[in-house]
Design a protein around this ligand. Structure first.
Ligand code: HMG
Ligand code: MG
Length: 306
């Protein structure tokens, strides 16, 4: 079995990790988290989202967070935008505060699309189209997320054909990369491989990534299964924080520390310093007032105290 020799990780903790937090987390803490992730060697960070503050109050400080970043060259800072209003808000800042990448987020399930972004899949694609066009005109890379790629909290199992369909729609409007997302962490390796293979019918291996929530404890197994298919880009969230407010019961993404440990153990390069990553996870866990969800971080922290 041959696996990729290098993996690119996008840490989504400042966005996916914090969006569901009920108590406010300050913009200063969010930007410090981004800084600590950079120190650990992360080259791509999902910083915030330009969505309705009524729907997701925790992301209402998006402009402040973007303005507060100490940007480093070579790092890709991405943000979620669901529509033109979101893109315009992201572009209202001075150019040096623009995101390098925007993420339009759709779903393979109609019910989830309605709950999450208040429109059908077809309507979402129509809303994304001008966003994609404008962003690309400005040289901003466009990624698409396909939520509920294996299962939906409202519709149950989701067939790979539906992922293929949404990937095709995204490709047709010029989305450059798709992330196959197991929003509620119900996927198991074969199902995840089928969902990825469905996206790969429209996108090349360099333009498909995995985004696995760990609700059922399957995310590392699913990552290994995705590596077998050749997928070399993954989203993960430091300390395993997060979840989607419109996906009932969904817990955080797979912890970045756990993925890095897996990859390094397999001799796969990430460019990430695991100890510093654990420190970033400790920082945000302390801010949130709870322990880390990362098994690897817990193990390494126990060793530090011995
Ligand atoms: P809507 O109500 O259908 O939008 O919401 P609308 O165009 O009818 O506008 C209604 C109000 O929202 C208006 O304000 C607009 O100005 C405002 P009002 O006149 O009532 O004061 N509005 C906005 N404000 C700020 N930024 C915007 C924006 N657009 C409209 N961009 C909308 C549609 C998508 C905005 C709404 O449903 C929403 O914000 N949903 C939240 C979606 C979200 O953030 N979900 C979590 C992230 S996705 C996720 O976690 C999944 C992922 O991790 C992958 C996975 O795991 O599956 C990516
Ligand atoms: Mg997610």
């Amino acid at each position: 079995m041959s696996f990729p020799t290098r993996v690119r990780l996008v840490d989504v903790s400042p966005r996916d990790g914090l969006q569901n937090e009920k108590s406010p987390v300050s913009a200063a803490v969010k930007t410090e988290l981004v800084g600590r992730l950079e120190l650990a060697g992360l080259q791509a960070i999902e910083v915030t989202s330009f969505v309705s503050p009524k729907w997701v109050p925790q992301m209402a400080d998006n402009a402040q967070v973007m303005a507060g970043l100490q940007r480093r060259p070579g790092i890709v800072y991405s943000v979620l935008v669901p529509n033109m209003k979101g893109l315009e808000a992201a572009l209202a800042a001075p150019r040096e505060q623009w995101p390098d990448e925007v993420v339009v987020f759709g779903a393979a399930s109609e019910a989830f699309s309605q709950r999450n972004i208040n429109c059908s899949i077809a309507e979402s694609i129509a809303r994304f189209e001008p966003v994609v066009q404008k962003a690309r005109e400005l040289g901003i890379h466009v990624r698409g997320a396909i939520s509920c790629a294996v299962g939906c909290p409202y519709e149950g199992d989701v067939a790979p054909e539906r992922v293929e369909q949404v990937a095709g729609l995204m490709k047709a409007i010029g989305v450059q990369h798709v992330g196959v997302a197991d929003t509620i962490g119900v996927g198991t390796p074969r199902k995840v491989q089928q969902a990825l293979e469905a996206a790969l019918r429209h996108y090349g291996l360099d333009d498909v990534s995995g985004h696995f929530h760990d609700t059922y404890g399957q995310a590392l197994a699913n990552t290994l299964a995705a590596l077998e298919v050749g997928i070399w880009q993954y989203d993960a969230s430091v300390a395993g924080i997060g979840g989607c407010p419109y996906a009932k019961g969904a817990t955080g993404n797979v912890a970045t520390e756990d993925v890095v440990y897996l990859l390094h153990g397999m001799g796969i390069e990430t460019g990430i310093d695991l100890d510093r990553l654990v420190d970033a996870g400790v920082f945000i866990s302390e801010q949130l007032g709870r322990g880390t969800q990362s098994r690897v971080a817990r193990a390494l922290l126990n060793k530090r105290t011995l």
